[in-house]
Design a protein. Structure first.
Length: 136
C-alpha cells in the first residue's frame, strides 16, 4: 500500500478523500470481493454498510436522525409489503422483517412513545397479521 495520495490505487470517494491508506484498503477489498453481492437486493457487497453499524451510528447521532431513520423504516416496511405481493422470496422477506424489528426495538428504547416508532410497529404487526399474497 502506498501513502502517497497522488499514487493511491483506491477509488476517489468523498469520505476517503485525503486518506490514501483508506483508498488503498477500499481498492484491496473491491478486488477481493468484486463478485460478492448481498443476498437480499444483489447490491455490491462493499457498497452497503452493515445494518447493525447503521443502527449504532443513528443511536449516537444528534437531532432528528432517529426520526428520519424511523421514517425510512416505515417506508421500507410498506415497500416490503409490495415486494412480497410481487413474489419476493418469503425467506428474503423474513430477513428484512428481522432487521426492521431490530430497528423498532432501538427506536422504542431511544425515543419511547414517538409516533414514528408507533407507526413502524403498526406496519410490522400488519405485515405479520395480514401478510400479502403474491399476485398471479
Amino acid at each position: 500500500m502506498t501513502a502517497d495520495p497522488e499514487r493511491s490505487a483506491g477509488p476517489t470517494l468523498s469520505f476517503a478523500r485525503g486518506l490514501p491508506l483508506t483508498r488503498d484498503a477500499i481498492a484491496f477489498a473491491q478486488e477481493h470481493h468484486r463478485r460478492q453481492r448481498r443476498a437480499g437486493d444483489r447490491a455490491p457487497f462493499l457498497v452497503h454498510p452493515r445494518k447493525d453499524e447503521v443502527r449504532e451510528r443513528v443511536r449516537g447521532a444528534d437531532g432528528y436522525a432517529l426520526v428520519v431513520f424511523g421514517a425510512d423504516k416505515v417506508s421500507k416496511a410498506r415497500e416490503l409489503r409490495m415486494e412480497l405481493a410481487q413474489g419476493l422470496d418469503p425467506a428474503e422477506g423474513e430477513v428484512k422483517l428481522r432487521r426492521y424489528r431490530k430497528a423498532l426495538a432501538m427506536l422504542e428504547q431511544e425515543v419511547p412513545g414517538n409516533r414514528i416508532a408507533e407507526l413502524l410497529r403498526f406496519e410490522l404487526e400488519a405485515l405479520e397479521a395480514l401478510p400479502p399474497r403474491p399476485s398471479s
